[in-house]
Design a protein around this ligand. Sequence first.
Ligand SMILES: CC(=O)SCCNC(=O)CCNC(=O)[C@H](O)C(C)(C)COP(=O)(O)OP(=O)(O)OC[C@H]1O[C@@H](n2cnc3c(N)ncnc32)[C@H](O)[C@@H]1OP(=O)(O)O
Ligand SMILES: O=C([O-])CC(=O)C(=O)O
Length: 372
Amino acid sequence: MTVTRGLEGIIATTSSVSSIIDDTLTYVGYNIDDLAEHASFEEVVYLLWHRELPNLEQLNEIKKQLAENAKIPQQVIDHFKSYPINKVHPMAALRTAVSLLGLYDDEADVMNNDANYRKAIRIQAQLPTVVTSFARIRKGLEPIEPRTDLSMAANFLYTLTGEEPSEVAVEAFNKALVLHADHELNASTFTARVCVATLSDVYSGVTSAIGALKGPLHGGANEAVMKMLTEIGEVENVEPYINEKFANKEKIMGFGHRVYRKGDPRAKHLKIMSEKLTKLTGQPKWYEMSTKIEELVTAKKPLPPNVDFYSASMYHSLGIDHDLFTPIFAVSRVSGWLAHILEQYENNRLIRPRAEYDGPVQQTFVPVEQRL
Ligand SMILES: CC(=O)SCCNC(=O)CCNC(=O)[C@H](O)C(C)(C)COP(=O)(O)OP(=O)(O)OC[C@H]1O[C@@H](n2cnc3c(N)ncnc32)[C@H](O)[C@@H]1OP(=O)(O)O
Ligand SMILES: O=C([O-])CC(=O)C(=O)O
């Protein structure tokens, strides 16, 4: 047996959802650069689930289905209100809420393609409402019901703040949703696939994936980037801060990637939006600090920024609480998780690798009363 730590480079499945070839990311063969510039998040959801772009009628239909299913059960809201709310991280609340949503879905354990697709619609529609409801409840505010006339990007910002967002805010947020939607066999998607490959249900798959996304080596890195920027505080502090990190052999959050070597093709789009929004909102220092960090890190190591790096300053400039950054990642990535879950069910085989045993061997059992 040869052990490949972290399963690096191992091809564990075939998939027609997204591809990363020579540092180019596509969803169903469409280059991410084109999708980031021209597609709505709803179009991307349709593309990932149906493997083709929707025509106008199909797009309107999925938008309608998502809008009609965006309301969450009162029980989830009441559950949030019962928490020691200021001690609960929104990713933990989201993980718990998705599991809870399953309890109120009559089809949770119905296993056929149509029922699984209907659950995908409901989960995709409800996740943003879960995140914004939690964000409001912990501030002592009532949740806001999503509007049926707004896009998913606009609705997220509206149900978070209660105000209709500006065009540029919606453009940036939509772009972020499109860019985070899928990424081949990343850790959380793999987790979802491992879970449902036991023929467990869709809610279990998504709940498991949220747990994997939460970690700072994966989706949790966007919040960690903002923590770093806040600790640095001012542009003149960047250099000593980064030098110290390297001297202590600590990781710089938002840099490096298991698959990309030359660079993450999504980062440039988020960098542009970060520059635009931080300037527009009169807080350019977050972008300036970020570019200085990029300059210093890439001069020391071949470690380009990943998708999490510039999304942090961009979300901050939209006035979003830092601990909501990873839940926002989940609001987008759930579209990819669901595409992979449906694909896994279509051609399922239990996922069960092996471990090379490296513990002690041929031990002699000693009864408990004789053990030292
Ligand atoms: C959406 C996403 O999940 S994107 C990734 C988000 N995560 C982050 O931004 C956290 C910071 N980055 C990292 O921890 C890593 O780059 C990962 C987890 C993304 C990829 O990890 P791996 O593929 O296992 O790379 P690994 O950790 O082995 O790093 C290889 C080398 O680069 C170094 N390195 C990798 N990332 C970083 C970093 N962010 N800062 C400093 N050094 C780094 C490692 O220390 C290691 O150096 P060495 O060979 O001298 O020991
Ligand atoms: O693919 C990965 O390893 C991490 C990830 O989810 C992404 O970059 O979007």
